[in-house]
Design a protein around this ligand. Structure first.
Ligand SMILES: [Zn+2]
Length: 432
């Protein structure tokens, strides 16, 4: 693998840190735990939703809902109703497969694990890779445990071309019949998934009462490309923006305004959950933040929201080297070219003139270039948590993202050169 050192190492250091963040986050629950670990190391303390919150100016806290969603904030020196908030949003989940409740499948002499597709993945990219299982277990007595099985116990083998030559006309994968990972090597001597999970959690098998488990590629994120500037990794959409938002929040000095990062689970499946962007998590935290720092004014939360801006940070499509026809010719972002401002006439992105102008001005202050993306008129547009959050909270929102290739592949591609640019842009947004 080429790992050229042409780019200065300080330009790549944040890309290396992104790789460590991705490797620590094989599931949304792990991403939540890694966010919490980094926040705690930086002096933020956790608040429980069941407790009464007392918040002083300058206080730094975070809240976790259902493991995979995190809100972190630094209270400004002025009340939110007077100064507003600066928010950055991203999502912790990525397309994958979720392990079914009854998952012990026996077929053709093999032991397999029953799974269900999660989100819109490029499923063929999951074939022939060394896979494991990661996520959260519910334990007897009400506790939970994070688990990641060691090694690479699972695999989705391709069918040999000799057994189906029609694959030359295009590969068709039926998720029910073809995307069932194999668990053991054929000897049938290994313990099953349930035993392995209990073993990893250090509890008797009968104490595991439920699970939220996903498949994860075990190959560590890597530097790649002839100049060593690429980041080849799983789950860059949208762990790269979770990482950039967190790094910006930890980098930004306090101001009069309250600075807040929200990382939601369930974006890839429509955000409709208590911890997703359609749920109440962010609205609840903002309302409590305003209540705990205000003077009891019943209009305070509405005044705070009206003075705020949310930057919805979700990865963006860089122009493809051999499929550039899939981009609108005047809007073809490049890897390494800086943050991408996303616009859609039909509100798939929340960016409007005021929001886009505000973000461009922050980038100019930070010396960061801005690229722009709109879909071709003959292609449907993806969406993000931006319009959902704007709709739910009534908060001015701008949709941005880092340029990348192979979005929703098992192994995506971004540029380490974009990491400091996105961190710089988001830091400038927190400082406004
Ligand atoms: Zn995304």
């Amino acid at each position: 693998m080429p790992t050229g050192d042409a780019a200065p190492t300080d330009e790549l250091a944040l890309g290396d840190d992104l790789r460590a963040f991705v490797d620590a986050s094989p599931s949304p629950s792990h991403a939540g735990a890694e966010l919490a670990r980094r926040l705690t190391a930086a002096g933020f303390t956790e608040l429980a939703e069941v407790d009464r919150w007392e918040l002083a100016p300058g206080a730094e806290h975070f809240v976790v809902r259902r493991g995979g969603s995190v809100v972190a904030f630094r209270v400004g020196s002025a009340a939110p109703a007077e100064a507003g908030l600066r928010l950055v949003g991203a999502h912790t989940d990525s397309p994958t497969f979720k392990v079914r409740p009854n998952n012990d499948v026996r077929q053709a002499g093999y032991r397999l694990v029953g799974v269900e597709p999660y989100g819109g993945g490029l499923w063929h990219t999951w074939l022939d890779r060394e896979l494991t299982v990661a996520g959260r277990l519910a334990l007897r007595g009400g506790g939970t445990a994070l688990v990641r099985l060691p090694g690479a116990p699972l695999r989705l083998p391709s069918l040999a071309i000799h057994l189906d030559r029609s694959v030359r006309e295009g590969l068709t994968l039926d998720p029910q019949r073809h995307l069932v990972p194999v668990w053991d090597g054929g000897l049938g001597t290994a313990p099953g998934l349930a035993e392995a999970l209990a073993d990893a959690a250090g509890v008797p098998a009968g104490d595991v009462l439920g699970h939220d488990l996903v498949l994860a590629d075990t190959q560590p994120a890597a530097r790649a490309g002839a100049d060593g500037t690429w980041v080849a990794a799983p789950r860059l959409d949208d762990l790269a923006c979770c990482h950039a938002g967190l790094t910006a929040l930890l980098t930004a000095p306090p101001t009069t305004r309250t600075q807040l990062l929200v990382c939601n689970d369930h974006e890839e499946v429509g955000s409709g959950s208590m911890e997703g962007a359609r749920g109440s998590f962010l609205a609840d935290v903002v309302a409590r933040l305003v209540a705990a720092t205000g003077d009891g004014d019943a209009q305070a939360v509405h005044r705070a929201v009206a003075r705020s801006v949310l930057v919805s940070a979700d990865m963006a499509h860089a122009v493809h080297p051999t499929r550039s026809d899939r981009h609108e010719p005047e809007h073809a972002p490049r890897l390494g070219g800086g943050p991408v401002l996303k616009v859609n006439a039909n509100q798939a992105y929340a960016t409007d003139a005021a929001g886009g102008g505000w973000f461009a001005e922050r980038c100019a202050e930070a010396g960061v270039p801005v690229q722009r993306f709109v879909s071709r008129a003959d292609l449907p547009c993806g969406s993000t948590i931006g319009p959902l959050t704007a709709t739910r909270l009534g908060i001015p929102t701008v949709d941005v993202g880092g340029p990348m290739l192979a979005m929703h592949s098992c192994r995506e591609l971004a540029s380490a050169l974009d990491v400091p640019l996105m961190v710089g842009a988001l830091t400038a947004c927190f400082l406004d």
